[in-house]
Design a protein around this ligand. Structure first.
Ligand code: AMP
Ligand code: ZN
Length: 139
């Protein structure tokens, strides 16, 4: 299903041109317009979903295998030494386009692409409670 005012729906459908590196029935993989590194790509489902919570079960089940295929091709074609797979949900997480997408970011030794967080300290009791609350909320 498409959403009328969604730019990634238009790109995924091929109505807006893109640098496509892979396409199948469900997905189009394009190069990011503002790449963090050479080859930075986005996996776009052709069916609109706002974010991971909205993604169909079929797309959820196959999105990682598409990403893994493209990532393997990047290693061959671009000789990158590492790859980050990143996926943002919600403004606080840095999502700027409300159509689910998975970033595939090739990494090169000494590059300046930043996909990092500040490692915090964990309290064992707090961790236990946090794990319990997530487990209890699993459906
Ligand atoms: P996010 O911050 O996770 O929502 O990522 C959105 C990404 O989409 C950013 O990396 C943008 O550079 C990229 N982007 C936005 N518009 C386009 C476009 N028209 N074509 C390709 N990439 C785009
Ligand atoms: Zn869309």
């Amino acid at each position: 299903m498409r959403k009328d005012d969604c730019i990634f729906c238009k790109i995924a459908a091929g109505d807006i041109p893109s640098n496509t590196v892979y396409e199948d029935e469900r997905f189009r993989v394009i190069l990011d317009l503002n790449p963090a590194s050479k080859g930075h790509a986005l996996v776009l489902p052709k069916n609109h979903a706002d974010d991971i919570f909205d993604l169909s079960e079929e797309d959820r089940a196959s999105v990682l295998s598409v990403a893994a295929r493209v990532a393997a091709a990047m290693k061959k074609a671009l000789c990158c030494s590492g790859i980050n797979i990143v996926q943002n949900n919600g403004e606080s997480a840095g999502q700027t386009v409300k159509h689910f997408h998975l970033h595939i970011i090739p990494r090169y030794d000494g590059d300046s692409a930043m996909v990092l967080w500040n490692p915090g300290k964990s309290d064992p009791e707090e961790q236990k409670k946090t794990a319990e609350s997530i487990k209890a909320a699993l459906e």
